[in-house]
Ligand binder design. Structure first.
Ligand SMILES: C[S@@+](CC[C@H](N)C(=O)[O-])C[C@H]1O[C@@H](n2cnc3c(N)ncnc32)[C@H](O)[C@@H]1O
Length: 189
């Protein structure tokens, strides 16, 4: 474990009861999923949406990977996964999605992805570094991990600390993209 590691002793987890605020037309106007992740995803890809919440990104990413691709929607909360399942059925995307309920301190997926999204969720994990290590190991060679953190909850100093921690475990910062809806970094392994 790195000395610099940030530990969130009692992280606040966004409750499923406010999922409406995460998935609505107004958010789509300002944070359109395709504009945010579209350039990182191609047809046939395996994509993981970690901390998927009610599926605001999962469903749009399922459209981007096409019929040969897969999106794995992962969340701590069973009820969030339930939202995504219902939304996938409504949009005819069930065949492109897989679902996984994880533990707070362990994602626990045994697969490799072309692209991983961690949107507004790393600050909710008990150990961002442990999370990043596990996400790194789930990336294919050349795979990419996009992390976006909300400015309201994550200061620049906290974000920079995460970038330093990520470098110590071999995650390369490929870009610090703008206009993704928060403090953003694109990692590759
Ligand atoms: C603020 S919401 C963001 C949801 C989604 N990424 C979005 O942008 O709409 C954070 C989500 O991360 C999930 N989460 C929190 N800690 C987690 C962890 N350790 N592992 C997986 N998911 C987690 C929460 O249950 C919640 O659904």
């Amino acid at each position: 474990m790195q000395q610099t590691e940030t530990q969130n002793t009692s992280p606040h987890v966004c409750p499923h009861t406010i999922s409406f605020f995460l998935d609505n037309w107004l958010r789509k106007l300002v944070q359109h999923p395709k504009r945010i992740v579209g350039s990182y995803i191609k047809e046939g890809d395996t994509v993981i949406d970690i901390g998927c919440g009610p599926g605001f990104f999962s469903i749009e990413m399922a459209k981007l990977v096409g019929p040969q691709g897969t999106v794995i929607a992962v969340d701590l909360q069973e009820k969030m996964i339930g939202h995504v399942k219902r939304k996938a059925a409504k949009h005819g995307m069930t065949g492109r999605l897989e679902f996984h309920q994880c533990d707070a301190d362990r994602i626990g997926l045994n697969c490799k992805a072309d692209f991983i999204l961690a949107y507004y969720m790393i600050h909710e994990t008990p150990s961002p570094l442990r999370f990043l290590e596990e996400a790194r190991d789930m990336l294919k060679e050349g795979g990419q991990l996009l992390v976006v953190e909300p400015k309201m909850h994550v200061s620049k100093a906290m974000f920079d600390q995460m970038l330093d921690d990520a470098a110590t475990i071999g995650l390369k910062t490929m870009d610090l993209p703008k206009k993704k809806g928060g403090r953003s970094v694109l990692f590759s392994r």
